[in-house]
Design a protein around this ligand. Structure first.
Ligand code: URA
Length: 310
């Protein structure tokens, strides 16, 4: 390839650029022109360019797509794959790198179908272990391609108190557990301040895979992951639910207000036919940047402690 940097400083600068752009994992050492491959596949056997039930079910194992391939196939747009230069779908671009060479590009499902399949899959999980297993096999969220581990939960599933954060960061991705980095350590100290620890709380995130470079999950990624956290809350059945930060509060409460308006007041969250006492508070990462706000979080944590003992 022309313009390939050979000078060490240029290579370092390029790597630096990639990491700051969120490229944080190595996918392969051969350059692959996926556009050319897709064009070639379409030219040789146009019918094979269409995603069949098998390919769809690889993306959404257990989904209706897998059980009823024809229905889903009819709704898929073959142009999405046959004309990649006019259509950019991040899942379409990154999906081929997740599969074995020569198996052809993955099916591109419109987000609405992926969300419906995620709902279907999550609703069928009858235990936390089943839900975790569903997520391990669910390939409908592109974040899974760059994340190292699924970050499902930490703490005690029998606990009366459940926290929901936004998405894992680097430390969480490495360990496969939520809130184990600096914000997690602050969360532990806040829990200790009201006489609790991780054995008396259950902790999860709206999005269970780390977004590359710790970027904010896109609205599509959040919507695709939402059915799983909704089901997780239903299965844990906490008495008190705490949203850590605006993202989790807004996603799960369908609220537009910012965290300043939402935090510190008791609301109810409907789950599995029950109304759970719910409260939003500042995200520990925000408190690390704005320590003065800790006094308001302290009030929220006192209220949480009182609610649990009331
Ligand atoms: N921030 C979150 O929202 N979740 C984590 O697990 C870690 C940091």
């Amino acid at each position: 390839m022309q313009n390939t940097p050979t000078d060490q400083r240029q290579i370092e600068a390029l790597l630096d650029f990639f990491t700051s752009a969120g490229v944080d994992c190595f996918l392969g050492d051969e350059q692959v022109d996926w556009f050319a491959r897709t064009r070639e596949a379409a030219r040789v056997q146009p019918d094979q360019g269409r995603p069949g039930p098998q390919q769809v079910s690889q993306i959404l194992p257990g989904s209706s797509a897998g059980r009823d391939g024809n229905r889903s196939q009819a709704r898929l747009d073959p142009q999405a794959r046959l004309d990649p230069q006019t259509q950019f779908d991040p899942r379409a671009q990154s999906a081929p790198q997740a599969r074995a060479p020569g198996t052809g590009p993955a099916a591109v499902l419109p987000d609405g179908e992926v969300i419906a399949a995620a709902r279907d899959l999550a609703a069928r999980a009858s235990s936390l272990a089943e839900l975790q297993a569903c997520l391990e096999t669910f390939d409908g969220c592109n974040l899974k391609l760059t994340a190292k581990k699924l970050v499902f939960a930490d703490g005690n599933p029998q606990a009366r108190l459940m926290f929901v954060g936004e998405a894992p960061g680097r430390d969480e991705d490495l360990q496969g557990k939520p809130f184990v980095g600096r914000s997690g350590q602050l969360l532990d100290r806040m829990l200790a301040a009201i006489g609790l620890d991780r054995s008396s709380a259950y902790i999860a995130n709206v999005v269970p895979w780390r977004p590359p470079g710790n970027r904010t999950p896109t609205p599509q990624e959040t919507e695709i992951c939402k059915p799983f956290i909704v089901r997780q809350i239903e299965l844990v059945k906490p008495d008190v639910l705490v949203f850590l930060g605006a993202a989790s509060a807004k996603t799960l409460l369908n609220e537009k207000d910012g965290i300043r308006k939402l935090r510190g007041r008791w609301m109810t969250y409907p789950a599995g036919g029950r109304e759970i006492a719910a409260i939003a508070t500042y995200h520990p990462a925000y408190l690390l940047r704005s320590p003065l706000e800790k006094r308001l979080s302290w009030r929220d944590f006192l209220a949480i402690g009182q609610k649990l003992s009331g």
